[in-house]
Each structure stands twice: as structure tokens, then as C-alpha cells.
Design a protein around this ligand. Sequence first.
Ligand code: ACK
Length: 218
Amino acid sequence: GPLEEACLPLFFGWFLCPTFQDKLRNMAKDFLKNLQGLEDFKKHLSDFTGEAEKEVVLEQYFQDKGMLHCTTKFCDYGKAEGSKEYAEQQAVKDRYGSMSELKLSALFLTPRTLGARVSLTEEQLQLWPAGAEKEAMPDADLPAGSRAHITLGCAEGVEPLQTGLDLLELVLLQQQGQEGEQVQDLDLGPLAYYGKGMWVLNLRESSLARACFCSYYG
Ligand code: ACK
């Protein structure tokens, strides 16, 4: 009945512990500062401004979207397709409230979003909703978990939903064999440019972030 449906959350996901939220925010901040100073980035600045002359301060360009998390299933309080089925899965019930470590493998940004790519373990993939990639990219055949990310910021007027879509676009390019233009080796790892303002920093030493699997009601 309607009461049961009202009990479904806005979304399920892994929520980073406060310490790791700070750590990741600082890492992203350093990355943006670093990127901002690179000649290669300045060369492509118009991707972000529309006009080459305009100034852009990346740290201000991307607005914080609050608590850092990796969404598994967006339920929209039960309105999203498959939410009830997801919430009723045994793995979801069993693991609700449990801690796990998220492996961050890359930082990426586009003129729309800034995010961290999350590489899910086999165990974590049990909590990944079937069809999350197909739903966003019906024509592509991307492995489950390709969309897993943490939104670190969005450009003005952009919804966080976009971060996962931007990541899928990048993963698709990589699947098609594109490695991007290798720009420079930064402290954190190699930086590549994929065109249209899309940048990827592959983390040399992937960092682990402690997170709790639960849900958000808002
Ligand atoms: O950054 P995110 O993963 O993108 O975290 C937020 C969270 O749910 C609350 O809005 C994500 N989100 C929003 N709409 C959708 C959707 N239709 N499919 C998947 N994730 C979504 C958003």
C-alpha cells in the first residue's frame, strides 16, 4: 500500500565516514589547483568558459553537493522503477548498516561535473542495481559498476545525476580503446585529456575510503 511505498528512501548507497569525506575533498581541491596551473589545461579553458579569454577558478566553478556518497539505487521514495525490488533483495537487507571500503581509482571532471570513480569489489557489486548502466546508455554494453562514482561537485545549474552519466561517457570512450591524450604525470598519477573538457586523473595508488551502506531520506 501507499504507506509501505512511503518508506522507501530517496536513494541507497555507501556514505563516506567524515574523515574520508575531508580527505577526499582536500584531494580534489589540490587536484583542481594543480590542474588550473597547467598550460595544457589553459589551452583547453574555453571548454569551461565558452570563450578563451574568460577567467575560471575551478574550485568555485564546482559547487559542493553535500555529504559524499556513492549511490547504488536511486529510489525516489519508491517512484523509480525497480526500487521496491531492490530494497527487498536479501543482500541489501543483510548488508544494510554495514561498513566497507570503497576503492577510488580515478578523479575526473567535465564542464558539468567533478567526481571520483569507484571500483567496486565482487562483494560490493551484489548491492549494485541491475541495469544501472543500460538505463543510462541503452546502446552500450558496459560492465556492471561502470557508473559507480562519488560526486564531488557540479557546475551551476547541473544536477548530481549528471556525474554518473559523465563517467559512463568516459568509460565508453575507454572501452572503445581511447586512452585520451596523455598530458602529464601529476603527484597523484597520470593525467589524460579526452576532449570536450573531459579530464581523467588515474590514481597511481588507489585510495580506500571507509563507507557505510545505508540510505538517505532527505
Ligand atoms: O551524485 P549522485 O550519485 O547523483 O547522488 C545523487 C543522489 O541520487 C540524490 O539525488 C543520484 N541520482 C539522482 N537521480 C538519479 C537517477 N535518476 N538515477 C541514478 N541516480 C540518481 C544523484
